[in-house]
Design a protein around this ligand. Structure first.
Ligand code: PMV
Length: 310
């Protein structure tokens, strides 16, 4: 038996860091995909894959679904860069959940079932995953996320698309690999929060406002409002201390060509990961980036979540 499922990566449009403090976040699935293939017969030897298989088996047992104990082998193919804040581990969790659930139950499972199982797998990679990455990868499209309490998380797939007049002008500019892990960046913000609570709270409130403004700008297809919001959000992230001098310098260097914000956890000492950048003249910007040897990748949001590969 042979089965394959693919799942997309994701990009934070807004709300990173503030989401840790119960504020909302807006995330989109992107058209970079990871495929998991499961094959019966060969024994899996890779520790992380053995762990994934165990989690799925435990998930089925907890739901009182009997499953076989046949030898199984996983293989992964991906064009999502790893460790670059583009949700590659969530895409792996989702595609593996979908493929293994079908392998063990003999039927295709609902997106909700895949999402729940993938969330458990994601816990192998992140101690306290929010769930937003897994949901974006599972369902595709735009996800609005908010955690009220540990037991009350709101994950909504918005009935909304990034309008073409905005998505066609967006690009992901690479400011370089952060030295710090996402966990370290979250911790840095926490330390700052404890020292300068009221200042940091103001910034988090600002980001919450930006997330809501961004949704409105997408609904209204309002480019000017979108750009203004992206700039305000970036300023708040700089003030929060999660953007490096290098990333600030790149944005300054490109300021005549458009506006941008970092996406994801950021980084302070060297690179800050990717910048989501809006440019009126995208082709002109690409030329400029190529001449300046600044790497970039296309930004292509997708409504397509996890799907079976035939
Ligand atoms: O660095 P990334 O792409 O994994 O994004 C992290 C986003 C944070 O809000 C900083 C942390 C989180 O768990 O939401």
């Amino acid at each position: 038996m042979y089965l394959a499922y693919s799942s997309p990566g994701r990009v934070y449009l807004s709300g990173e860091h503030a989401v840790v403090y119960g504020k909302p976040a807006l995330v989109t699935a992107i058209n970079l995909r990871l495929t998991v293939t499961v094959e019966e017969g060969k024994k899996e030897t890779k520790t992380s894959f053995i762990q994934i298989i165990k989690v799925v088996q435990q998930y089925l047992t907890s739901k009182k679904i009997t499953h076989s104990d046949k030898s199984i082998h996983l293989s992964v193919k991906s064009n999502i860069p790893v460790g670059r804040g583009l949700g590659s581990s969530a895409a792996l969790s989702v595609a593996a959940a979908a493929a293994l659930l079908e392998f063990y139950t003999g039927k295709e499972n609902s997106s909700e079932e895949i999402n729940n199982c993938a969330y458990r797998i994601e816990k192998l990679f992140h101690l306290h995953p929010s769930g937003v990455d897994v949901s974006a990868s599972c369902f595709g499209g735009l996800i609005y996320y908010r955690k009220e309490f540990e037991f009350l998380k709101n994950i909504s797939r918005l009935n909304l698309k990034i309008p073409k007049n905005i998505s066609d002008k967006l690009i992901l500019i690479d400011t370089g690999h952060p030295i710090e892990s996402t966990g370290q960046m979250v911790e840095m913000v926490g330390t700052r929060y404890n020292k300068e609570t009221s200042r940091v709270e103001k910034l988090l409130n600002q980001i919450e406002k930006n997330v809501k403004q961004l949704v409105v700008s997408l609904m209204k297809e309002d480019v000017a409002f979108f750009k203004k919001t992206i700039s305000e959000n970036q300023k708040a992230l700089v003030d929060l201390g999660v953007v490096s001098k290098k990333a600030v310098g790149i944005l300054k260097y490109l300021e005549k060509l458009g506006v941008g914000k970092i996406t994801g956890g950021g980084g302070l000492k060297k690179g800050s990961g990717f910048i989501l950048f809006y440019a009126e003249d995208l082709e002109g910007l690409k030329n400029h980036l190529e001449i300046s040897k600044i790497p970039y990748i296309p930004f292509s949001p997708t409504l397509e979540g996890c799907k079976k590969e035939l």
